[in-house]
Design a protein around this ligand. Structure first.
Ligand SMILES: [Zn+2]
Length: 254
């Protein structure tokens, strides 16, 4: 089986001590590709090092809504420059996060600036939406980007509106948590096979049975198991569809 973990954070400080060891380890697993997502200016260099060093690693560059207050005024120029790298295949992650306290106006401005840049560069985006579903979809409907809504767990009708403008969705190990998997499962059940991606969001969001641990890209296999079980298909089918979709949306020619 060959898997594409479409959302990982190996640039995260939790991998500071053993980043190379853990990335090398992936060569012994079913994980064939990763997309290392980016959250703030501080980690731009680390993301670029990862994509330069590992043949199986692609990346994105952008500003997560949680880091908007720290973002320097010239950030967009840096994103534009780094996005020229052939292994940077998306802008993000970007979006709105109303769980934390960053000012909403600032979050919206930085979200929209990145959407405009992605349009200009003709690149897909990776969307983060936490407790901001209605505002996120309204902005997406206005800009109509191509790309992926990651780790989505909002209402099904809003996800449907994202499909209507051509977007993809990625599911992670939230599917394994009995306390809160009702929303992601409802979304999974309506997701067309040609719009589904898989991810871990590692080091965050380990599978339920190891919920306090750091997780790794290899933990995407429990996401595949859950999707196969819930949708009544083989794991191989889920692996294949999510691989095809990730290669298509990130425009990776293999
Ligand atoms: Zn992320």
């Amino acid at each position: 089986m060959e898997l594409f973990d479409s959302h990982v954070h190996y640039e995260d400080a939790q991998f500071k001590e053993d980043r190379d060891e853990r990335l090398e380890y992936l060569r012994n697993t079913d994980v064939k590709y990763i997309l290392n997502c980016c959250s703030d200016v501080e980690v731009f260099d680390t993301v670029m090092e990862i994509v330069d060093k590992y043949d199986f690693a692609y990346g994105s560059i952008g500003i997560h809504p949680h880091w908007t207050e720290e973002t320097p005024a010239d950030y967009l120029e840096k994103v534009r420059e780094l996005a020229k790298h052939p292994k940077i295949v998306a802008i993000g992650e970007m979006g709105l996060d109303y769980f934390w306290n960053e000012p909403k106006d600032l979050q919206k401005r930085i979200f929209k600036e990145q959407l405009e840049l992605a349009k200009e560069l003709d690149m897909p985006v990776i969307i983060h939406d936490r407790e901001a579903h209605e505002d996120v979809i309204e902005i997406l409907e206005e800009y109509r980007p191509k790309g992926v809504i990651h780790r989505y767990s909002g209402p099904v009708d809003i996800l449907q509106r994202a499909f209507d403008i051509g977007m993809y969705v990625s599911f992670n190990n939230d599917l394994t948590y009995p306390e809160w998997n009702a929303a992601p499962i409802a979304c999974l059940m309506v997701t067309p096979w040609d719009r589904l991606l898989i991810e871990t969001d590692c080091p965050y969001a380990a599978p339920y049975e190891r919920k306090d641990d750091r997780c790794e890209a290899d933990d995407v296999k429990t996401v595949v198991q859950m999707i196969a079980e819930l949708r009544g298909v083989s794991e191989e089918f889920v692996a294949q569809k999510s691989m095809e979709n990730a290669l298509r949306v990130y425009e990776i020619n293999k």
